[in-house]
Design a protein around this ligand. Structure first.
Ligand SMILES: [Fe+2]
Length: 253
């Protein structure tokens, strides 16, 4: 299923759940927004379409493929232990929630307020962690595969909403460096089809508020501390120089 199909189906499924709590109106709007992706199936979408039991996809490249921005040891621990733990913990939390096994990861995140209270935190933290990291690996350009600059629709939207790629990167850096504690800096597409930068805590996915994640910068210390220690700004600079803009572009269509 492509991203448009995923969102349209998700909005319909989640909207049809008769429980309390307001579905973010942005979901329906986002699903119908012009310019949505069509026919591009990238790995993050496959993870968003997973249902219980959830599985950890392999890294899409060797652990040292994004050096020197991300060292191999950090990459390996980050994927094999941290991302894996989110998947394991999500499965553990949902094992007894058979009524939720019919829903995809994307639906579980977008409909968070509708699920039983005891599992909301687990879905938010571990489901978010699974979705966020699945996108993150694909957003890092291995070796010579780095896409030098945004193109197509994403480039047009960046020019419209930020004036330049440099200004967008500056906003992303400000959000990433300024995020207190653990969290992510996100470039998202809003319900009104605009680009915006968000700083979100912990593993909160932009999908919780019906916004589409386009680029995410993981600023948990587990993402950078072995190499950069307290120099988060240096890590953010290195990552922003290694964004695979082709993958980012596939998120907006
Ligand atoms: Fe992480």
């Amino acid at each position: 299923m492509d991203r448009r199909g995923f969102l349209q189906q998700s909005a319909g499924v989640v909207a049809g759940v008769a429980v309390s709590g307001a579905l973010p109106s942005a979901i329906a709007s986002a699903a119908n927004a012009p310019g949505m992706a069509s026919g591009v199936l990238v790995a993050p979408d496959a993870v968003l379409n997973q249902r219980y039991p959830f599985t950890l996809p392999p890294l899409p490249y060797a652990a040292n493929a994004v050096e020197p921005a991300v060292d191999a040891q950090t990459m390996g621990i980050h994927h094999d232990r941290h991302h894996a733990a989110y998947v394991t913990n999500l499965n553990t939390a949902l094992a007894s929630q058979s009524a939720l096994h019919q829903y995809t990861l994307g639906e579980l995140l977008m409909g968070l307020r509708r699920w039983p209270a005891p599992v909301q935190t687990a879905i938010r933290n571990n489901g978010g962690g699974h979705a966020n990291h699945a996108l993150f690996w694909n957003l890092l350009a291995p070796g010579a595969a780095s896409a030098a600059a945004p193109t197509g629709r994403l480039a047009e939207m960046i020019t419209r909403d930020f004036e330049s790629v440099a200004a967008l990167k500056a906003a992303m850096k400000t959000a990433a460096v300024g995020q207190f504690g653990s969290g992510w800096a996100w470039l998202v597409k809003t319900a009104t089809n605009r680009l915006a930068v968000r700083g979100l805590p912990n593993q909160d996915s932009p999908l919780l508020e019906g916004e589409l994640p386009i680029v995410g910068i993981d600023v948990w210390e587990h993402a950078y501390y072995l190499k950069y220690q307290n120099r988060r700004a240096d890590y953010v600079d290195a990552l922003l120089a290694r964004i695979n803009w082709d993958v980012a572009g596939a998120q907006v269509g």
